[in-house]
Design a protein around this ligand. Structure first.
Ligand SMILES: NC(=O)c1ccc[n+]([C@@H]2O[C@H](COP(=O)([O-])OP(=O)(O)OC[C@H]3O[C@@H](n4cnc5c(N)ncnc54)[C@H](O)[C@@H]3O)[C@@H](O)[C@H]2O)c1
Length: 466
């Protein structure tokens, strides 16, 4: 079995080190604090957490866990898991000292073929721009050729007896595809779950409901699974963004609490009531805009009531501003893509697919289509509009007519009927040069392979292919 080094034995590193030892890897736990090491050597945990204590007891019994402050003991380790703190300093700037200190400590022991994984939370780009050059400088080895550098952000939830280091699904990315595979295989060996590609999530594993005899079930990402991201930056971004999504949502329910005070409501009762709605809780996806008679309208009602009661809900207003600005943002993506290919918006034929505010319905109320149409017409574009569900805005009678003779296609609504047909059509043969996917519903790489510029909202085929 490979010998593992875990650097930093805190809330993240300690259960991970214990888990590796239980799986019969020899584990050197390198920790700066001598007090922590002394406690761990007796088989006791310096962290009060029932799950960690249980893991540590088994790790101690296994005889495979060796806590130490001496990095000389790292010799002959093949896998290095870095779990040091990544705090912010007094100016709220990332403090990289513990991470860089860990790299400097392990560097003298790293040999060809070793795998180095950063588990600490970092901002997108940290591994490639900061860790990689230091690692190469200190080891004299080439990352990606001689050694692998990967990021596998830890998601353990201290105090949670269900989601533990032993079963929480993980994501992993490295500087090369081989590195990602090596890291995924290692994590799968300790978690026991299957290895997935991020594309599998999109194709079949996004949580969805199915009817059962007793009601319904919601599909889950498999326990202990390891999902391979396309790049190390993507893996870094998963962690930074999933926690920021949480923070923004917590900020928002704090705003709801203030609205509740202004309107004399009990926010906890209201949130409990909200939890009975089984769908619509996420994941959320970006797009060309938010429409319909509910999401685009109801926040305005709540805002109005709150303002009347004396409290201005800033996050609602900011969210409305952001969402209302998405048609203009998407048109800018189109305009830039046309510009790159040497076409003005003025006079260029563009197919706009979709009028309804969401797929597979015939309701156009508050649809982003209207903003898209008026802005593009104001710039002189020649539009071919098609929607098989909402017909009164159509300027052509079929998808085929909409696609013929246009330079660019902008998808506003991802109705299944025509998106299935768009996927089956060779768009390049029709002379189409640009697809702006306002619903991120197409396979960008397949479209790019036809020589077409594919741009989604927050998604570019040329970047995903990195
Ligand atoms: N605590 C959580 O719930 C949690 C969850 C997911 C991810 N994370 C992330 O994991 C990382 C670690 O967090 P934590 O809560 O385990 O921190 P922690 O402070 O509990 O533990 C880190 C340990 O690393 C030691 N250390 C620092 N620098 C070192 C070095 N160069 N060499 C050896 N030991 C060193 C410290 O003495 C400390 O015991 C952070 O990036 C954090 O953001 C934390």
């Amino acid at each position: 079995m490979a010998k593992i080094a875990v650097i930093g034995l805190g809330y993240v590193g300690l259960p991970l080190a214990a888990l590796c030892a239980i799986k019969e890897y020899d584990v050197i736990g390198l920790e700066r604090s001598p007090e922590v090491v002394e406690t761990l050597k007796t088989g006791k945990s310096h962290i009060i957490d029932h799950e960690v204590e249980l893991l540590l007891k088994d790790a101690h019994l296994s005889g495979h866990f060796f806590p130490t402050t001496d990095h000389a003991e790292l010799s002959a380790c093949q896998t290095y898991l870095i779990c040091v703190p990544t705090p912010v300093d007094e100016n709220l700037e990332p403090d990289l000292e513990p991470l860089l200190g860990a790299i400097i400590d392990i560097a003298p022991h790293i040999n060809k073929g070793d795998l180095i994984v950063v588990e600490s939370t970092i901002f997108p780009g940290t591994c490639e721009s900061i860790v990689l050059p230091l690692l190469e400088e200190k080891t004299g080895l080439s990352v990606g050729n001689d050694i692998h550098l990967a990021h596998c952000p830890e998601r353990v939830n201290p105090g949670d007896s269900f989601w533990t280091s032993a079963n929480i699904p993980r994501v992993v990315g490295a500087t090369t595809a081989e590195g990602t595979k090596a890291a995924a295989q290692f994590y799968s060996s300790i978690l026991g779950g299957e290895i997935l590609n991020v594309q599998d999530i999109r194709k079949s594993l996004r949580p969805k409901f199915s009817k059962t005899e007793d009601g319904y079930t919601e599909s889950q990402i498999p326990l202990g699974s390891v999902t391979m991201m396309r790049s190390i930056r993507d893996a870094e971004a998963v962690k930074a963004m999933e926690n920021t999504v949480r923070d923004v949502n917590i900020a928002f329910v704090n705003e709801l609490a203030k609205i509740s005070d202004a309107l004399e409501l009990d926010v906890v009762d209201v949130i409990d009531g909200m939890t009975t709605k089984p769908f619509g809780k996420g994941p959320f996806f970006p797009g060309v805009g938010v429409g319909g008679h509910c999401i685009a309208v109801d926040p305005e009602w709540l805002k109005a009531a709150s303002m009347k009661a004396g409290y201005m809900p800033e996050i609602i207003q900011l969210s409305r501003n952001t969402n209302n600005g998405m048609p203009a943002y998407t048109i800018r993506l189109l305009q830039d893509a046309l510009n790159d290919r040497g076409y003005p918006v003025n006079g260029t034929e563009i197919a706009v697919l979709g009028v309804a505010y969401k797929k597979n319905i015939d309701d156009p109320r508050e649809s982003p289509f209207y903003e898209v149409k008026s802005q593009l017409l104001a710039k002189g574009a020649k539009l071919k509009v098609y929607d098989g569900w909402v017909k009164h805005e159509n300027s052509v009678d079929s998808l085929e007519e909409a696609l013929s003779g246009v330079k660019a296609v902008l998808i506003v609504t991802d109705h299944d009927d025509y998106i299935t047909r768009v996927k089956q059509t060779n768009l390049a043969d029709l002379g189409i040069e640009i697809i702006i996917d306002g619903r991120n519903c197409l396979d960008g790489e397949a479209i790019s392979e036809q020589g077409i510029t594919y741009i989604g909202v927050g998604r570019r085929a040329d970047l995903s292919a990195r």
